[in-house]
Design a binder for this molecule. Structure first.
Ligand SMILES: Cc1cc2nc3c(=O)[nH]c(=O)nc-3n(C[C@H](O)[C@H](O)[C@H](O)COP(=O)(O)O)c2cc1C
Length: 176
């Protein structure tokens, strides 16, 4: 697990080739295995492969998502607040598992934030995606994960990168 976590980096450049349906299925199994508060499973997912929709997803943010235009795949993470009052956490865990399963399958991925982000001065990213993907109003759009075969390499993390000063034992603060 630690090796996997050291290797995982946000990948924003992808090969043109499609991700095989079997791999998408594996990734969705990982998502559906995500733990959730009281096993509420408040999430739902939209697997996006159509180039036109991927282009529109790339335009759903003022900035920070332009590269999604070239991605062969994105998984949009939705959640129903009526099913869980901690749906934000539930959706974030599912997104994380999606990224880790993608990594194991040799894919590169990047999280794109949707909740609390805007498309332009009047429209939220969420509203734009709601309309684009015909998502029912009772579901929130938390994020989406863009992915594909990596066309860039990034240095894996090493032990030296770990901000170990963030960890305390028993009481907060530096030991005396
Ligand atoms: C909650 C969250 C929101 C993020 N939103 C975006 C985003 O909108 N666009 C983007 O390109 N990267 C986004 N990222 C990726 C982060 O920028 C990236 O994880 C961080 O810089 C660390 O780099 P690494 O993933 O290579 O370790 C997001 C990551 C998280 C966890």
């Amino acid at each position: 697990m630690l090796d996997l976590l050291m290797k995982r980096r946000s990948i924003r450049k992808y090969e043109k080739r499609a991700v095989e349906p079997e791999k998408i299925e594996q990734i969705m199994k990982a998502a559906l295995l995500a733990p959730s508060s009281k096993k509420s499973q408040p999430w739902e997912f939209v697997v996006v492969t159509e180039p036109e929709l991927l282009k529109k997803l790339s335009q759903s943010r003022e900035m920070g998502a332009a590269f999604v235009k070239e991605a062969p795949l994105a998984i949009v993470i939705l959640a129903d607040p009526a099913k869980s009052n901690v749906w934000v956490e539930d959706a974030a865990i599912a997104a994380t598992l999606i990224q880790l399963e993608a990594e194991i399958l040799g894919l590169g991925s990047c999280w794109i934030q949707v909740r609390n982000r805007s498309c332009d001065e009047v429209r939220s990213t969420e509203a734009v995606i709601h309309e684009m993907l015909k998502i029912p109003q009772h579901l929130h759009v938390a994020s989406f994960i863009a992915m594909g075969y990596p066309a860039e390499t990034k240095q894996p993390y090493s032990e030296d990168d770990l901000p170990e000063n963030r960890v305390f034992v028993n009481r907060y603060g530096v030991g005396e």
